[in-house]
Design a protein around this ligand. Structure first.
Ligand code: NAI
Length: 462
């Protein structure tokens, strides 16, 4: 039996970051991970591989659509699917090995296997029992199932199977116009697949600023994605190598079917807590099945904590990472804290979509007086040169104090641009603070400054 200050269950972004910070703060730390490689869903079958595929297919798109305009003539590249999957796997491998290196560097023990918690202070992996002063559950999430839809990860797939299809399908139905559906739908559209997205609601990307939702949908349609909105998928079944999807339109209850070579189920994720023994321990859960925690990530059982996708809040790798760091600081007797008002969200399509803070709809609902500073990328020289003039930056600021309350960007590198606004919000900045900060020319970031200027006396280039 080995004894630790902290045992963390799960080596995804929440767990591995927590482990590294625990070790840096002098705590004897171990991580239990049953997957063959570290990094969890994000590095193995989520954020990282999907970004590799988005990058590769964006390059293809550029070659097919923009190279000739720039005077780059030649045959368009053809897709070697096997090689693209190898590139994706290499990207995964370098990242997961990187975490393994960081574990060694920080003297973190990797206990290989799946954990059960027989009692507070104890973690069982296989036949081995380990003791710890504190246990942190960071076991992440898994794709939620949809009644009537049988996932086989070959024809009807979750995001995991979608990243390793045997070949590029001719047709694909994506169930759910959320982040996963649109990112992976974009990948296949660029590879030549005919992609139809079936979405239950009347708008894509639930919870996002409505103006961005509309612009985003228009852009995706221009790229060739088809949408069936207000439709609930009832079933999907496989016959031979094809799937048949049955859906019902909400407006008149009419039913229709559609055949496809592949179906991607992207209707949300749920906490992954299988085999941990939480019920036997009496760990309290929320109505949505998440582990209930207090402001310091403590469950109702003494010295058992939880972070990341298994608890409340957006299921985002960076939210889990921040909770991991805060958790480690709290366990080391320091003041760990996460500002949940300033957690960015990014969709890595082309163009990217990013947001932080409140949407206009939320501000209206709160009855808050606000002003809008908006700037189109058409007024940004760099964006125009790079075929990226479509989209905008929108900053929402308090009408009386000018304090930034939220920002929404759809356009080039939106996922990176959002962060200067995050920092500004973290410091409680006014839009004028951003507007008075010199921004290098020519950069996409100038569009952020222009939107901030638009909150005051007006943008220059619009
Ligand atoms: P989601 O919750 O973002 O979207 C699911 C969509 O499916 C919703 O629009 C919903 O209305 C629709 N839907 C549900 N049932 C349906 C039905 N029967 N028929 C038709 N439509 C239906 O879920 P998603 O995209 O699966 O993502 C899961 C989680 O993973 C999210 O929390 C997301 O934030 C996270 N994620 C984040 C990424 C990023 O930050 N770039 C990338 C991938 C995932």
């Amino acid at each position: 039996m080995s004894t630790y200050d902290v045992i963390i269950i799960g080596a995804g972004p929440g767990g591995y970051v927590c482990a590294i910070r625990c070790a840096q703060l002098g705590l004897k730390t171990a991580v239990v991970e049953g997957r063959a490689t570290l990094g969890g869903t994000c590095l193995n079958v989520g954020c990282i591989p999907s970004k590799a595929m988005l990058h590769a297919t964006h390059m293809l798109h550029e070659a097919e659509h923009n190279f000739a305009t720039m005077g780059l003539k030649g045959k368009s590249p053809s897709v070697d699917w096997k090689q693209m999957l190898t590139y994706k796997q290499d990207t995964i491998d370098t990242n997961t090995k990187g975490i393994e290196f960081l574990f060694k560097k920080n003297k973190i023990d990797w206990i290989k296997g799946w954990a059960t918690i027989p009692a507070a202070g104890q973690v069982k992996v296989g036949e081995d029992l380990h003791e710890a002063k504190h246990i942190v559950i960071a076991s992440g999430s898994e794709s939620a199932s949809l009644p009537g839809v049988e996932v086989d990860e070959k024809v009807i797939v979750t995001s995991t199977g979608a990243l390793e299809l045997g070949s590029v399908p001719k047709t694909m139905v994506v169930i759910g116009a959320g982040v996963i559906g649109l990112e992976l739908g974009s990948v296949y559209k660029r590879l030549g697949t005919e992609v139809t997205v079936i979405e239950y609601l009347d708008a894509i990307t639930p919870g996002m600023d409505a103006e961005v939702q509309k612009t985003f949908k228009r852009m995706l349609e221009k790229q060739g994605l088809k949408f069936i909105m207000g439709a609930a998928v009832q079933s999907a079944t496989v016959k031979g190598k094809k799937a048949t999807v049955n859906y019902k339109l909400r407006k008149d209850d009419s039913e229709a079917t559609m055949d496809a070579d592949a179906v991607l189920v992207a209707t949300g994720r749920k906490p992954y807590v299988d085999g941990l023994g939480l019920d036997a321990l009496g760990v309290e859960r929320t109505k949505r099945g998440q582990i209930a925690t207090n402001g310091h990530y403590a469950t109702n059982i003494n010295r058992i904590y939880a972070i990341g996708d298994v608890i409340d809040g957006p299921m985002l790798a960076h939210k889990a990472e921040d909770e991991g760091m805060a958790m480690a600081e709290l366990l080391a007797g320091k003041a760990g804290h996460v500002n949940y008002g300033v957690i960015p969200g990014v969709i890595y399509t082309h163009p990217e979509v990013a947001n932080v803070g409140k949407t206009e709809e939320q501000l209206k609902e709160e009855g808050r007086a606000y002003k809008v500073g908006k700037f189109s990328f058409m007024g940004n020289a760099r964006a125009k040169a790079n075929f990226s003039g479509d989209g905008f930056v929108k900053i929402l600021a308090d009408k009386a104090t000018d304090r930034i309350l939220g920002a929404h960007i759809i356009g080039p590198m939106a996922g990176d641009l959002i962060h200067e606004i995050c920092v500004a919000m973290e410091f409680g900045a006014a839009a004028e603070d951003l507007a008075r900060t010199c921004h290098a020319h020519p950069t996409y970031s100038e569009a952020v400054r222009e939107a901030a200027l638009a909150c005051g006396d007006g943008a220059i280039h619009s």
